[in-house]
Write a new protein. Sequence first.
Length: 408
Amino acid sequence: MSSLGADIREQFPILHQEVNGHPLVYLDSGASSQKPIAVIEAIKYYYEHDHANVHRGVHTLGSRATDAYEEARDKVAAFLNAKRREEIVFTRGTTTAINLVASSYARSVCGEGDEIVLTPMEHHSNLIPWQQVAKATGATLKYIPLQQDGTISLSDVEATVTDRTKIVAMTYVSNVLGVTNPIREVAAIAHRHGARMVVDGAQSTPHLKVDVQELDCDFYAFSGHKMCGPTGIGALYGKMELLEKMEPIEFGGEMIDRVDLFESTFKDPPERFEGGTPIIAGAVGLGAAIDFLNGIGMDRIRAHDAHLTQLAYEQLSEIEGLTIYGPRDRTGLVTFNMKDIHAHDVATVIDQEGIAIRAGHHCCQPLMKWLNVNATARASFYLYNTEDDVAKLVTALRNTERFFNSIG
Ligand code: PMP
């Protein structure tokens, strides 16, 4: 049994409050994680001591801010095991990172009759950008079917990817089913057909040790706010030979090499994709979050989250009329519905006991259709959660079931 939760919890000020007269039980880290003191302090320190605009000032604060921003890039590169620091482009988060690949790389390589391969479990952020590429270029979207438990099979990947496929875009971990997809194997299949592998790492990066070289993916997108960092910052990893060929999609200050009245040239990656004043304090906060996670160890975090998730899976399975979606083997979350009780009602009722879970379509409407439901409830776990949090969730859900059955 892991002892992470209780010790770590001390470092998250927001968790020490009552909600609706009960101690807060925060089980919505899949939507956004909470922030440790180390991250809050790093952002405060930056604004109190080092802030100025980056890459322009010759003055001392300007170079301190630039150092802080670029150090954060080094930390992200090391965290993902990128070969080069220049392969890390700071973005607003996963959504912006995937849109950058879609609008720049994919539009330049896709044409009539080419294929973009996805799965039905994708978050809207890894689905709509590809629909837009397909509309603009005449490419076709194809879907790897889900098996009954919500996983994909490599033989279906083999059967779907062809020599016309230009992009395979897939989430590493599903934000609804908790499924962990075999990215390395899928990337190998994509590469055999000359296609590029784009990974949505929004739900994997907080929980798993990520190695982009080992996965051999071509692009990898993630958000800082789901891994103890601030909102408004994330990154795109891209292999250098691909980033070098990509056109910028935002134009303005800082991303240029030379500007004349009628023509301009652009800097090399990553600067050419970071037009305007970048998200400096956000990057500093993300760097602090990475230090914090590394200080604990991603292997320990993974083991802790897996333990709580399994515990929740087992205990929720025993509740009368409760259906869990997705396979037993899962990362970080349990998604479910209770018979005859709408997911929103479940979340609203247990919020009265201070327990925060998410309810809705989770930005996965096609997956909801596949599950044949309008909405689900989702409890998600992170390094500050404890077995006691799981126990409180289970008790609250049992009470909810009894309450609705008694009035029904
Ligand atoms: N993909 C997945 C799997 C997600 O869970 C999320 C966040 N819910 C996103 C993409 C989008 O992330 P962001 O809103 O931080 O851009």
